[in-house]
Design a binder for this molecule. Structure first.
Ligand SMILES: NC(=O)c1ccc[n+]([C@@H]2O[C@H](COP(=O)([O-])OP(=O)(O)OC[C@H]3O[C@@H](n4cnc5c(N)ncnc54)[C@H](O)[C@@H]3O)[C@@H](O)[C@H]2O)c1
Length: 247
């Protein structure tokens, strides 16, 4: 098992990519601190994680954009497990619209939930990780943060910011044996992409080298690699998981 008894804190773990990462970590023997805005989502992940082999699992409800709530999640995780080996920042939202009409509120909401949250969790987890002299941070960004996208200026800025945050985190914390990497998924099947019109999805598939949408598991497999010792000499990187969409 690649993550036996490692303590992993995963945000946005209630469904989609976050749930897939939690379950992939569970299969590899990780102890889980799972967080989401929606507790009703988390209970399903907990049941599946136990079935998948996670030795221990706790659930916390929090809004990742709220500094006090983030501190509380990290405190509860540390009080319970005494360490945090792996942090995965997954929680994210979209509020799409053209730049000319995008409201300030939609800009702020997306930047807070997607980017500020990663800063808040990284800050809160960096302290125990520095004491442990070991840790792994994984940020779930997006290819939109690399390539940009019409109608997603707020989302693109948040994910591009996440990639820059990852590099700075890696540079700042490498001497403490803490690695930070990002994953930039392409078009992954989830509730987030489910709302897109079917004809747009078909057009999208034609542009993807592997001619299929990604599965949450495709992202989770890379997260396991980045969380494990198999990537011990990899830090500050962004791994694109998009089936060859952006080349
Ligand atoms: N699906 C894709 O194609 C795709 C592509 C690239 C990147 N991503 C990124 O992957 C991550 C997960 O996406 P997904 O497709 O699984 O989405 P999803 O909507 O299925 O899951 C997102 C999860 O985050 C939680 N969440 C939302 N706002 C929150 C908040 N304020 N506080 C705490 N939790 C909150 C939701 O409750 C949900 O469980 C996101 O950051 C997203 O931007 C997704």
């Amino acid at each position: 098992m690649m993550l036996k008894d490692k303590v992993a804190l995963v945000t946005g773990a209630g469904r989609g990519i976050g749930q897939a990462i939690a379950l992939a970590f569970a299969k590899e023997g990780a102890i889980l601190a799972l967080s989401d805005l929606k507790t009703e989502f988390l209970t399903e992940t907990e049941t599946l994680a136990k079935q998948a082999g996670s030795p221990k699992c706790i659930l916390t409800q929090a809004n990742v954009a709220n500094g006090d709530e983030v501190e509380q999640v990290v405190k509860i995780s540390l009080d319970t497990f005494e360490r945090i080996d792996i942090l995965v920042n997954v929680a994210g939202i979209t509020k799409d619209g053209l730049l000319a009409t995008m409201s300030e509120q939609d800009w702020d909401d997306v930047l807070s939930v997607n980017l500020k949250s990663a800063f808040l969790f990284t800050k809160a987890c960096a302290r125990p990780m520095m004491k442990q002299r070991a840790g792994v941070i994984i940020n779930i960004a997006s290819i939109i943060g690399i390539a940009g996208n019409a109608g997603q200026a707020n989302y693109a800025a948040s994910k591009g910011g996440m990639i820059a945050l990852t590099k700075s985190t890696a540079k700042e914390l490498a001497k403490r044996n803490i690695r930070a990497n990002a994953i930039a998924p392409g078009f992954i099947k989830s509730k987030m992409t489910e709302k897109l019109p079917p004809d747009l999805v078909e057009k999208m598939k034609e542009r993807i080298g592997l001619r299929r949408l990604g599965e949450p598991q495709d992202v989770a497999n890379v997260a396991v690699f980045l969380a494990s010792e198999a990537s011990a000499y990899v830090t500050g990187q962004t791994i694109v998981v998009d089936g060859g969409l952006v080349l």
